[in-house]
Design a protein around this ligand. Structure first.
Ligand code: BGC
Length: 762
């Protein structure tokens, strides 16, 4: 045992017994923490609840920072968003050598979709519908982050998002509770692995609890007001799935939930999370979540802190209110020692579970970064997963894949840009090595293919908008020449080409935090470029970058091919080229509904029928639920995505049509690849509960399977349906199923399904 570990164990155990903490079974956790807490002063306990902003810590200088003084005096429980083994080691040393009780710090970070090797944005990851791939991406992220000193990630974000005006749709798994729950579980498992004590796993933090994805008007941080029925059935399942998967921590959301900010919402943080779901980890606020409650209007700073602690919040991110105001509040009888102790215990338990008491430098092995971060094999996996996330929205006349040889014109503001490829929340990315579309096409095309490039347009006509959309170093390198000149240059380049690839859409920071939009179309400057390109008579492939569902009905009409690539990560250009040239076949399917226009928002596949449904296939009927100016249909439905091959579905077979009690219904379908190349298809199962004690959605996703089929190959996919899949929360929030008639639907997306009815009795 190294000197520091010995010191630590001696201090913490202060007994003659030489218990090796490394082998301490979990039963030892409680006595260990009991003993430790007995030694702690009130201030030291409150210190554990404090997660201050780390400021600018420079390696070699950590000891001189303001934060160092706080760490030495036991006023800090953890730090976040500092990276690098050397730096983290240095800061940890302050805690475990220079503070009285030598309690190690926990180091968190927003490791959202990869670390230095960046995977597609989470919305893109969810579009793979490949849970193994998603889990693997989190595993690699954990491996790399832990090699760089980090032991805790603020991920996954599982907020259901049905409103694409909200920019943070990019960070979640889309609009559906079932898919969202599966993805949440895969991510938590990927980060935490089998043991949190392994040095290549990290603690996960599911966020933002709760309902952060449903702000009024799609405006970030805005108020949420929702029926409990909808919460439990449509928004809570992914949070619960993360809890069921053993997530170590939960982050409270910024928003007001039914009149009480989530951060002070005892019903959410204690009744639902701990009592109903049995969550045993700790809850951290979001960034300054507690002091922001003064603006919400629930009282002054001291009151906000009292309410947060009473609600069940354990750790205060950046606010520093727990450490500064709770002691006087205790004196005034506004909080109890039991509340402080409970929170402190949960933080210490998290550190214990991570093995930090045994070895505070567990994640600080200086030899690891070079071997484990941004390795060739991690990058290879990121490239493959990215190709699986792309959604082919249109491919008329098989414009795609591109043929090698000949001349390809690559145009658009996102064509020759590295910084934007990793997407929002890629804090550990190295933009200089991210692969642009131009880099990727050149590398993958082969020498027989000529690539000509022209910029063609800026992201937006408005330079100020472009600035806001290019934050965090994601520069768009604005071209200040006159628009006509920029377009003319592109048109000239296109003249000689066989095909045009137009890299257009959103910049990375047009989605993500505080990136709400009221216009979710492609910016006008780029639309004008597309029109000019079309006028050349060359086939135009729209290579779309998107961090949300976009409204692209115009482009869907005008251009023969649209490949939506989200933000693919550090290997973007390679993955894009792989798919453009057909080396990889796109297999992504949308995890959100894409509306025709923003006025339809929120639009989602699992809506309620209403008493005045519009008959299928119709547009407008007076006194039916519809719009005067646009049909009710989405542009692209949930679950939609094409392939370079075709899949045909055989008839839906049910092994039974009248069931009773806990029987299992098997729904199966034979799927055949009728095209010429190998492809992957996501076969989807939906169920409708035709009559309920509460109204039920017209369909709900209840299963899916991604299969690979060679050309000509047929596979049968079977879904085992038990009453478990029929359960929902009724009006009294009792989770059960109700007997009656059900529609079983299987198909290639949420709209194209074959449907059969069954009767299921209790
Ligand atoms: C975001 C969180 C994030 C936190 C820490 C906040 O602004 O809402 O998602 O984890 O910052 O960086």
């Amino acid at each position: 045992m190294k000197k520091i570990q010995r010191l630590l164990m001696a201090t913490l155990l202060f007994s003659g017994t030489s218990i090796c903490a490394q082998q301490m079974p979990d039963a030892k956790m409680k006595p260990f923490i009991d003993k430790l807490m007995k030694q702690m002063t009130l201030q030291e306990k409150l210190g554990q609840l404090n997660l201050p902003g780390s400021g600018d810590i420079v390696t070699g200088q950590a000891g001189n920072t303001d934060i160092a003084a706080k760490i030495r005096s036991g006023k800090v429980g953890g730090l976040f968003n500092i990276k690098g083994v050397e730096k983290i080691r240095e800061v940890q040393r302050l805690a475990v050598e220079q503070s009285r009780l030598k309690i190690p710090l926990i180091f968190g970070m927003d490791v959202i979709h990869g670390y230095r090797t960046v995977f597609p944005i989470p919305l893109g990851l969810s579009a793979t519908w490949d849970l193994k791939a998603i889990e693997r991406s989190a595993q690699i992220a954990a491996q790399e982050a832990s090699a760089d000193g980090i032991s805790w990630t603020f991920s996954p974000m599982v907020d259901i998002a049905r409103d694409p005006r909200w920019g943070r749709m990019a960070e979640g798994a889309g609009e559906d509770a079932f898919l969202g729950g599966q993805v949440a579980k895969a991510m938590v498992q990927g980060y935490q692995g089998k043991s949190l004590k392994a040095n290549n796993t990290i603690m996960s933090c599911v966020k933002h609890f709760a309902l952060y994805g449903a702000p009024d008007g799609g405006r970030d941080y805005n108020t949420t007001d929702m029926s409990r029925y909808r919460m439990y059935n449509e928004y809570f399942p992914p949070y619960k799935a993360a809890v069921d998967a053993g997530v170590g921590s939960v982050m409270a959301s910024f928003n007001d939930v039914d009149g009480i900010p989530a951060t002070a919402n005892k019903w959410l943080m204690t009744d639902v999370l701990r009592k109903q779901w049995g969550f045993g980890g700790f809850v951290v606020t979001d960034y300054t979540g507690i002091p922001e409650m003064v603006e919400h209007g629930i009282g002054d700073t001291a009151t906000a802190n009292v309410l947060a602690l009473a609600a069940g919040i354990d750790m205060d991110m950046v606010g520093e209110g727990f450490v500064n105001t709770i002691a006087p509040s205790l004196k005034a009888g506004r909080v109890t020692v039991a509340q402080i102790d409970a929170a402190c215990r949960r933080i210490l338990e998290a550190k214990y579970k991570l093995g930090l008491f045994e070895d505070p430098y567990r994640y600080c092995d200086v030899s690891r970064p070079a071997k484990e971060i941004y390795t060739a094999s991690n990058r290879k996996e990121a490239r493959t997963i990215a190709t699986q996330s792309f959604v082919l929205l249109k491919n008329e006349g098989n414009v795609l894949p591109l043929k090698r040889g000949g001349k390809i014109a690559l145009v658009g503001p996102l064509a020759d840009n590295r910084e934007n490829m990793p997407g929002t929340w890629s804090v550990a990315a190295d933009f200089s090595t991210a692969v642009s579309v131009l880099d990727g096409l050149k590398a993958v095309a082969g020498t027989a293919t000529q690539i000509v490039y022209a910029r063609g347009s800026n992201l937006d006509y408005d330079a100020k908008f472009e600035e806001r959309a290019g934050m965090f170093g994601k520069d768009l390198r604005r071209d200040n020449r006159p628009t006509e000149q920029i377009i003319a240059e592109a048109v000239a380049a296109v003249k000689e080409a066989d095909v045009v690839v137009a890299a257009v859409g959103e910049s990375a920071e047009m989605s993500g935090e505080c990136s709400s939009l009221t216009n979710i179309e492609i910016p006008q400057a780029q639309k004008d470029l597309l029109k000019a390109l079309k006028a050349t008579g060359k086939p135009v492939v729209v290579l779309l970058f998107a961090g949300r569902s976009m409204a692209i009905s115009e482009e869907a009409k005008e251009y023969p091919a649209i490949l939506n690539v989200w933000f693919p990560g550090s290997e973007a250009g390679y993955a894009i080229a792989d798919v453009l040239f057909g080396d990889a076949n796109p297999s992504g399917k949308l995890s959100t509904t894409w509306p025709q226009n923003v006025g339809q928002v929120p639009l989602f596949y699992n809506y309620k029928n209403t008493g005045r449904p519009l008959p299928k296939g119709q547009w407008f009927q007076k006194f039916k639920t519809n719009y005067l100016d646009v049909t009710n249909e989405p542009q692209y439905p949930f679950g939609f995505g094409l392939s370079y091959t075709n899949f045909s579905y055989g008839p839906l077979n049910l092994n039974n049509t009248t069931l009773k009690g806990n029987q299992t219904l098997t729904a199966s379908v034979a799927v055949t690849n009728t095209g010429n190349v190998t492809g992957q298809e996501v076969v989807q199962l939906y169920i409708r509960d035709l009559v309920g004690s509460t109204t039920r959605p017209v369909k709900e996703l209840k299963g899916f399977e991604k299969i690979e089929l060679k050309a000509g190959e047929t596979k049968t996919v079977s879904f085992a349906i038990t009453p478990e899949l029929l359960k929902f929360y009724n009006y009294n929030l009792k989770y059960d199923w109700e007997p009656g008639d059900f529609e079983i639907m299987v198909g290639t997306n949420s709209q194209t399904v074959e449907s059969k009815r069954v009767k299921w009795l209790k």
